[in-house]
Design a binder for this molecule. Structure first.
Ligand code: ADP
Ligand code: MG
Length: 684
């Protein structure tokens, strides 16, 4: 058989392809390579007698080839038998290239390694790797690294071994800190993880529980905490408009409310009030489960800022949400003489020009809208406070843009971010540690808990009957349509189909349809009709997911609930249970359910506590997805796992303070070693 054209001898220098592959793995400098750690190991330190070969286990065998032949069945396949004093093992190649058969001609001695499996002629290894039998065996385990297409393990191993000799592996932790937290030394830990000796427990290594792993995880978290501490220090050095805490407008707003704030709201308002009075920018995250009343807290912050004479920008990730904020803020602030201007992406050119002008001259004091508010073209006169709702849904770039947004004065605005995705403590500390956090852990009074019911799609008729009855009693319902990830158009179609089907099945009900492709005007009027009780049922795509507030709606039906993520289901369910009426959330699912979908639906059934839901979501999906950081392409923590390494996080956080204060040089060196690529994402 002829050699394949173009496969000449391999070169040993680093090729462009190889360099690109390294870059895809984030490997640029020697420091990057040395912390590219193995996923697992293979034990080539000793030869296993063939008699001890076990299916499913990896092994290195040595013996004589007793038989070698190629068949066509129907493709060409090569088969050989390796024999040692204890038994025989089959070796099989499904693709045969030239010269290969000669390497396993009968009578040769070889070493063969690979995973043993039960073949139909006895134990076999498919595509074993062959080596000459006379070479010395390594005395450490062979690392298997995370790799990428076209990058063989051998190249990675070579590059990493090289880097281990080149890189500065000096310990960035002062002995006092190492001793205090009982941490292993850096260089030996690293060397051990790359090349463990065979006596080390593979089990401990695999679970990242070996002391060497503990040291590396600690270092990783510490670097992150140092970066956050630094971001905080930078912010402390920035200047902002100090907004006087004592303001008649705030008091008038308080007095005009039809209810009194909950204790949690008062606490958050107090914290924000104090922050705003400072001459450096506030970065505060207001966390509260859906319906906990974040908008009021925001409104009080707005009032304080307006009273102090600065401008305020309030924005939300979607137009529906932004409009709702605008409505609420108008309702509360207009009677006090403050009228918000509206700014969104698809306004008529004239209206937009006017809004921009009013913002630039400072005539508009409160601007509410979408991301359009932080585009470069928007210039503020004296921007003192930026509030963003559902902040985690903004993309990374938008959040960076927001941070750069200043005004003509050169001072930095205070920032209040609000999120209804309750972020578990460990995660908040890891990702938002440069923000202060206020939590609304109490619901306004008069809410009734939402009952969650699971229905197989085959019982859809029962659900329809229930909806019809509830509507006759004056209730209103959301009917949310499945998420179709592959295609927005398809999602739209299902919403339209569902709407038509409902209109046919329940002809005497008033049924509205809402989806992202509708012109803004239509979305807005549909939403308003639903809010005013002129619609009984609102069929919708997930555009109602966050923030929509219609207290009279007490029924939520979610189609294909199995397709939604946990956080999303929780958000959707949070649209009901906002009034005095007992509310019901029906999760319609299509069987059979995958294990993970069943887990999610069970979680929804078992708990309505947003923090518990977030904890389970984190366990299922990992932090990147939960925070929408997936698109950043940077998993911020590669080795530590926030689910299980909470204790380590506490220690690293404490150590970060200690190092910043007592060992600033080492702190800087440490951060440099770990944070090359990830740092910018931590400053958002
Ligand atoms: P979220 O935190 O989800 O943004 P909202 O701010 O939309 O919640 O508040 C939910 C509903 O609760 C709104 O209708 C709001 O007016 C009402 N609300 C807020 N605070 C209180 C309170 N202290 N007492 C009674 N109702 C309140
Ligand atoms: Mg809200």
């Amino acid at each position: 058989m002829a050699a394949k054209a173009g496969t000449g001898p391999k070169t040993r220098t680093r090729t462009t392809t190889e360099r690109r592959a390294f870059e895809r793995l984030g490997l640029y400098t020697a420091a990057d390579f040395v912390v590219h750690l193995p996923l697992r190991y293979e034990d080539e330190t000793h030869v296993t007698p063939v008699a001890q070969a076990l299916p499913g286990q990896w092994g290195l065998f040595e013996g004589e080839i007793t038989d070698s032949q190629s068949h066509y069945q129907p493709r060409r396949e090569l088969q050989a038998t390796l024999q040692d004093p204890t038994g025989r093992l089959n070796l099989r190649w499904l693709h045969v290239y030239s010269g290969q058969q000669a390497r396993v001609s009968a009578g040769r001695r070889v070493r063969a390694r690979g995973e043993v499996r039960a073949g139909y002629r006895g134990l076999e290894i498919i595509h074993p790797l062959l080596t000459e039998p006379d070479g010395a065996l390594p005395d450490t385990l062979t690392p298997i690294y995370p790799t990428t297409q076209g990058l063989p393990q051998a190249s990675l191993r070579r590059a990493i071994s090289h880097a281990l000799n080149e890189a500065d592996l000096s310990d960035t932790l002062p002995p006092a800190i190492r001793t205090h937290y009982d941490l292993a030394e850096f260089a030996p830990s690293l060397r051990l993880l790359h090349h463990p000796t065979p006596d080390i427990s593979l089990e401990l290594l695999a679970r990242h529980e070996h002391p060497a792993w503990r040291r590396i995880k600690f270092d990783e978290i510490l670097a992150q905490q140092l970066a956050l501490a630094q971001a905080r220090a930078v912010r402390r050095a920035q200047r902002a408009w100090p907004l006087a805490a004592d303001s008649p407008l705030v008091n008038r707003l308080m007095d005009s409310l039809p209810f009194s704030p909950t204790n949690a709201q008062q606490r958050a308002v107090g914290q924000i009030r104090a922050d705003l009075a400072q001459p450096h920018p506030m970065h505060r995250l207001l966390q509260g489960d859906v319906g906990s009343g974040k908008t009021l807290v925001a409104a009080l912050a707005v009032a304080q800022a307006l009273a102090a004479g600065v401008q305020v920008a309030v924005m939300a990730p979607t137009e529906i949400l932004a409009e709702q904020l605008w409505r609420k803020l108008s309702e509360w602030l207009e009677p006090l003489g403050e009228t918000p201007v509206w700014l969104a992406g698809n306004m008529a050119a004239g209206a937009r020009r006017e809004a921009l002008k009013a913002i630039a001259t400072g005539q508009a004091r409160l601007a509410v809208g979408t991301q359009a508010l932080i585009q470069d073209k928007v210039v503020f006169d004296r921007l003192g406070l930026v509030i963003s709702d559902e902040q985690h849904r903004f993309g990374v770039n938008q959040r960076l843009a927001l941070n750069r947004k200043g005004d003509q004065s050169g001072l930095h605005p205070h920032q209040l971010s609000m999120s209804a995705t309750p972020i578990p403590r460990t995660l908040a500390m890891a990702f938002f540690a440069d923000m202060d956090v206020s939590v609304l852990d109490e619901m306004p009074p008069g809410r009734s808990p939402v009952q969650t019911r699971l229905f197989d799609d085959r019982r859809r008729e029962d659900v329809l009957t229930h909806v019809a009855r509830a509507v006759r009693d004056g209730e209103q319902a959301y009917w949310v349509c499945p998420l179709v990830e592959e295609s927005e158009a398809l999602q739209l179609q299902t919403a339209v189909d569902t709407w038509e089907h409902l209109c046919q099945s329940l002809p005497d009900l008033r049924i509205g349809l809402m989806h992202g492709r509708l012109p803004h005007q239509e979305k807005s009027s549909t939403m308003q009709a639903f809010r005013a009780g002129q619609l009984d049922v609102l069929v919708s795509t997930t555009v109602v997911e966050v923030g929509v507030d219609v207290p009279n709606a007490s029924l939520m039906i979610i189609e294909h609930a199995e397709r939604f993520g946990l956080a999303q289901l929780h958000q959707l369910r949070g649209r009901v249970g906002r009034g005095p009426r007992p509310s019901i959330c029906v999760l319609l699912y299509q069987s059979p359910l995958s294990a993970i979908a069943r887990e999610r639906l069970r979680a929804m059934f078992e708990t309505s506590d947003g923090f518990e839901i977030a904890r389970r979501d984190l366990a299922q999906r990992g932090p990147g997805e939960l925070l929408g950081l997936r698109q950043s392409g940077q998993a911020l923590l590669r080795f530590a796992d926030l689910n299980t390494d909470g204790g380590l996080l506490d220690q690293a956080r404490e150590a970060a303070v200690w190092m910043t204060r007592d060992y600033p040089d080492q702190a800087q060196a440490h951060q440099k070693r770990w944070m090359a690529g990830a740092a910018q994402y931590l400053r958002i």
